[in-house]
Structures are given as structure tokens and as C-alpha cells.
Design a protein around this ligand. Structure first.
Ligand code: B12
Ligand code: SF4
Length: 487
């Protein structure tokens, strides 16, 4: 009887990486529980050694994004030397570069992992990971006679509803959690791995999605869900049905959502469905305020004007609007970046982020950077860290030459790039403070009204006070906390 440990390799010091449970591993665990005889599965993302020694697994599965792949490889090497058990690796990085599979991994799972992992476990239970039999499993890479063999492409799971809900009992689920209700994206932005990775866009049905939301609310007391889909709103009919079903099931008022949107799909009707299902915040990838750069990044699929309209329409409809921008495209000029800053300053965005353009394996941008010799299949993966190393070094006056960084831009100096990056950050910090003050005062007014209206009511609604205290606790170290305390 097999004992499997699935490990999410992350940087324990990174707040963003620890931010949400790994649903991909949750789906694999749930699928194996439903369709195989496996008797023990664990999902681990912290205290790895302690948990491995306690669980004594027979076989390991590891997931890693590109920037953590060095970390994943050294972990696998150490596991091999202590436990000597088979290690399977999956996820976006190795799927894009299966021909680079390091020897510490026995097998790489390429792309969608549920069914491939099921077949691998079945084989493991019968014959171990016998190389002659591995050849018959589609969608993998493995070492054979000092070569890396890549088997035939695997078909995608269809319909997606055949996959059970992620095994959240194995994950750390808080009252604010996340869901993925589709796989893939119909667009092909130059920097994004998603459409190539998932090949086509598939959706879980509206009924499936609403049952999963119900489970989160009823079993895990979830009150806020981030919908991490690449494009939750892509299928408008499904969106309408989800919105109606949530109402019919009586759960609309029990849970709020944040979701990713796309400006060219935003109109009054879409916003109405989103509002009806209790979506609070919409996040857009605006990327650039320069049409030329936007056309390059998003392949002529959206205009700056559509982006601007989407902010105003969404604000008018009562949403909190979040937007992200990317700087550092190869042909971007200072004027292009100034246009992006102008876009940001002239639109009522509530919050957002600035990113440096990074070429990830599997993207069109990777091919470009690879041809120029800026990246390659055997590079130091730490260099792909998106949490802008250039700016970190700049802050501590340690800036080196362009060669030390992944820097694609041809004309802007590193110093100027960093100044621009920090300008965006400053603007976003100001917006964040304003948003937090607004959210704080909304809660105060709501609570105050209830005190005034009826003493009894407040007992019933003590949850508002708890929310307020929790909010104060969360922002304890932020600028806004000091501001509020001054009042
Ligand atoms: C949600 C999300 C987040 C969330 C939650 C992450 C998490 N814990 O899963 C948050 C905000 C925390 C996040 C953080 C980051 N993310 Co992110 N994220 C996503 C997003 C939008 C969806 C991921 C997801 O849940 N997919 C759905 C599930 C079902 O798919 P999956 O996880 O890939 O797993 C399936 C298969 O890949 C495979 N599989 C995966 N692992 C394994 C392991 C084994 C053993 C097997 C058999 C199979 C297998 O089987 C699974 C089931 O089919 C993707 C884009 C995308 N659409 O995939 C980006 C994406 C993965 N993120 C990305 C990045 C860069 C980051 C950050 C580095 C950003 C940052 N600034 O720090 C961090 C790194 C986090 C980390 N894990 O190390 C990049 C990765 C690019 C790359 N080549 O590395 C992506 C692809 C977006 C992009 N830019 O194109 N992210
Ligand atoms: S960036 Fe967004 S819209 Fe573009 S391909 Fe990726 S998921 Fe789709």
C-alpha cells in the first residue's frame, strides 16, 4: 500500500509564495483518492524534513515554478540521499523544459498531472517505475540509458468535472482562500505561460463550481474566495448561471469574491453578473499605457482606451479595482513608461502592482531571450525571480552591469528603470493607504450605525467588531495603522 508525499517547493521567506494553498497538488490528491487504491497522501509546504521523517513516504511528488527550481533540485538530491525513494516532478517549469530533467528526479510529468500521476502510481505498485513500462505512459519524461526520453503527448481530461474538488482537508484552508474554476486562456500574451501550457480553455461547469463554493462555505467557513482563473469571465453564459445558482442556493450573502478580469470583456452585463454573485474586487493586467507596448505584450488584443473604460465602468458599478503593469519590454522607451504612469495617475485604481518583464520558459518571450543568449535551458533559475532583484540591489546601491540581471530593455539604463519602478510602487502605496482608510471607515460606520440603531442588533452583529479588530491586527505594521491611531 503506497504512501505518497506531495511537496510544494517555495521560498519560506516570501509572503506571496506562502500566501495560498497549492490547488494543483490538491487536485492530484483528490483524483488519486477517487480513482486509485492509494492509502496515504500528504501535501507538504513547510517543515519538510520533519514531516518527511514522520511520514516515511514510499514515493514523492514535487512541484516547482521556475524561480524555485534550484531549490527543488537540491531538495530532491537530499531526499534521494536520505530516503533513496522515487521522486516525480511536475508543474509549469519542468513541463516547458522536460529535456532538462535533472538526474535527481526519476520522472517528470508534463502538463496536466492528475491522470498521468494515477498511471505512474499504478505502475509503481505493480512493477516499480520500470523503464520499459514507463515508455507506455503518455505525457512524461524519464532517464533511460543516459538519455532523457519524452513520451507521447497526453490528451486533456474532458470534461473537467471528472476531477473531484481539490483535497482541501490536506491543505491549510483559511476563511479567505482560493479556487480555480477553469484551465487555460484563449489569449496568447507574449510573457504568459498559460495558454501554451493548458493548450485549450476548459471550464468546470457552473453546477460544479457552485457545489465547490458551497463546500468551502459550509465545511471550511470560508467568507472570501480569490478566483485564480486566468479568465473567470471568459464564458459569459457560465458566469450568468453561476451567479443565478449562488442566489438559488442561498449562499450569495455568505461569501465574497475577488477575480481576474480582462478589459475587452468588461461591459455592463458582465459587471451585473459579477455584482450579483458578490464579487468585491476585479483585477486587471493593464500592463502598459502605451498602445505600442500594449500591442506587443498582449498581441493586439486590447486597447489602452478599453483598459481605461474598464476601470471607470467597474468603479461606477461599485467594485474595488486592482491593476498590474509591466515595465522593461525590449523596445520600451522612457516615454512609453511615462504613459503608463500617466495612465495610473489619471485613473481611479484602488490598488495594484508593478512587475518587471521576465521571460519564463514556455513563453514566446523566452524564445526571444533565448535567441539573444539572455536566458538558456541550463541557466541559474534564481535569476528568474520576479520580485525585482534589480530594484532591491538599486536600493542598497549595489547595482551591477546589465549582464548580472535578466534585463530585456534595449535603451533604458538600469538606474532609470529602477527609478520608474519605484515611482509605480510609491503610487500604489498611496492608493493602498487610501483604500485601507476607506475600508476601515466603512467598517466603523457600519458598526457605529448598528450601535445607534439598536443595542440588541450589535450583539447579533458582533462579527462586524471582530472583523474590525482582525483588520486592525492585519494592518498593525502598515502606514495606515499609524495614521488611524493619530485620529
Ligand atoms: C494561482 C497562482 C498563484 C497563487 C497561488 C499559487 C499556488 N500556491 O498554487 C499565488 C498568488 C500565491 C502565486 C504565486 C506565484 N506565482 Co503564480 N500562478 C498562479 C496561477 C494563476 C494558477 C496556478 C494554479 O492553481 N493552476 C491550476 C492548477 C490545477 O494547475 P497547476 O498548479 O499548474 O497544477 C497542475 C499541473 O501543473 C500539474 N502539476 C503541477 N505540479 C505537479 C507536481 C506533480 C508531482 C505532478 C505529478 C503534477 C503536477 O498537475 C496539476 C493538476 O493538473 C498560474 C497560472 C496558471 N494558469 O497556471 C500562475 C503561475 C504559476 N505563477 C507564476 C509565478 C511567476 C508566481 C510567483 C513566482 C510570483 C511572485 N511574484 O512571486 C509566485 C510563486 C509561487 C510558488 N508556487 O512558488 C507563473 C510561473 C511561471 C514559471 N514558469 O515559473 C505562472 C505560470 C503565471 C505566469 N506568469 O505565467 N501564483
Ligand atoms: S496574461 Fe492573462 S489574458 Fe494573457 S494569456 Fe495569460 S492568462 Fe491569458
Amino acid at each position: 500500500m503506497t504512501n505518497l508525499c506531495l511537496i510544494n517547493v517555495i521560498d519560506q521567506n516570501s509572503k506571496i509564495e506562502r500566501h495560498m494553498p497549492h490547488l494543483g497538488l490538491g487536485y492530484i490528491a483528490a483524483y488519486l483518492r477517487k480513482y486509485s487504491n492509494i492509502n496515504k497522501i500528504e501535501i507538504i509546504d513547510d517543515d519538510i524534513w520533519e514531516k518527511l521523517r514522520l511520514n516515511k513516504p514510499d514515493i514523492i511528488g514535487i512541484t516547482s515554478v521556475s524561480q524555485n527550481f534550484n531549490r527543488a533540485t537540491s531538495l530532491a538530491e537530499n531526499i534521494k540521499s536520505e530516503f533513496g525513494i522515487p521522486i516525480i516532478v511536475g508543474g509549469i517549469h519542468i513541463s516547458a523544459l522536460p529535456h532538462t530533467l535533472p538526474t535527481c528526479f526519476d520522472v517528470a510529468v508534463i502538463g496536466e498531472g492528475e491522470h498521468t500521476m494515477l498511471e505512474l502510481l499504478e505502475l509503481y505498485e505493480k512493477k516499480g517505475l520500470d523503464k520499459n513500462k514507463l515508455k507506455n505512459i503518455n505525457g512524461i519524461a524519464f532517464h533511460n540509458n543516459n538519455k532523457i526520453e519524452i513520451t507521447e503527448k497526453r490528451g486533456l481530461i474532458d470534461p473537467l468535472d471528472n476531477i473531484p474538488f481539490p483535497a482541501r482537508d490536506l491543505l491549510n484552508i483559511e476563511t479567505h482562500t482560493s479556487m480555480i474554476t477553469s484551465r487555460g486562456c484563449p489569449y496568447h500574451c507574449v510573457f504568459c505561460c498559460s495558454s501554451a501550457y493548458w493548450r485549450k480553455t476548459r471550464f468546470f461547469s457552473a453546477d460544479y463550481v457552485v457545489s465547490e463554493i458551497k463546500e468551502l462555505v459550509e465545511k471550511y467557513n470560508v467568507t472570501m474566495i480569490d478566483l485564480w482563473d486566468d479568465l473567470f469571465i471568459a464564458d459569459k453564459k457560465r458566469l450568468e448561471r453561476i451567479s443565478n445558482l449562488l442566489k438559488e442556493e442561498g449562499i450569495t450573502d455568505k461569501v465574497n469574491f475577488n477575480c481576474q478580469a480582462r478589459a475587452n470583456l468588461i461591459n455592463d452585463e458582465t459587471l451585473k453578473y459579477l455584482k450579483n454573485m458578490n464579487v468585491n474586487q476585479l483585477s486587471f493586467g493593464f500592463e502598459s499605457g502605451s498602445q505600442r507596448i500594449l500591442d506587443y505584450l498582449k498581441k493586439n488584443s486590447v486597447t489602452v482606451e478599453q483598459n481605461r473604460n474598464a476601470v471607470f465602468l467597474s468603479k461606477k458599478a461599485g467594485f474595488i479595482v486592482n491593476g498590474s503593469f509591466i515595465i522593461g519590454s525590449p523596445d520600451e522607451t522612457k516615454d512609453d513608461i511615462k504613459n503608463s504612469l500617466k495612465f495610473l495617475k489619471n485613473t481611479p485604481l484602488d490598488s495594484g502592482s508593478i512587475f518587471q518583464l521576465i521571460p519564463y520558459p514556455g513563453t514566446e518571450l523566452w524564445e526571444y531571450a533565448n535567441e539573444l543568449g539572455i536566458v538558456n535551458d541550463r541557466m541559474d533559475w534564481n535569476k528568474l525571480n520576479q520580485n525585482c532583484k534589480i530594484v532591491e540591489d538599486f536600493k542598497f546601491t549595489k547595482l551591477k552591469t546589465k549582464d548580472n540581471y535578466i534585463y530585456l530593455n534595449k535603451t533604458i539604463s538600469l538606474e532609470d528603470f529602477c527609478e520608474f519602478y519605484l515611482d509605480f510602487q510609491k503610487e500604489f502605496e498611496n492608493r493602498e493607504v487610501a483604500l485601507q482608510i476607506k475600508q476601515f471607515s466603512d467598517i466603523v460606520y457600519k458598526t457605529h450605525d448598528k450601535v445607534v440603531n439598536s443595542e440588541k442588533q450589535i450583539l447579533k452583529d458582533e462579527i462586524e467588531i471582530i472583523k474590525l479588530l482582525k483588520f486592525m491586527e492585519e494592518i498593525k505594521n502598515s502606514k495606515v495603522y499609524n495614521l488611524i491611531c493619530k485620529f
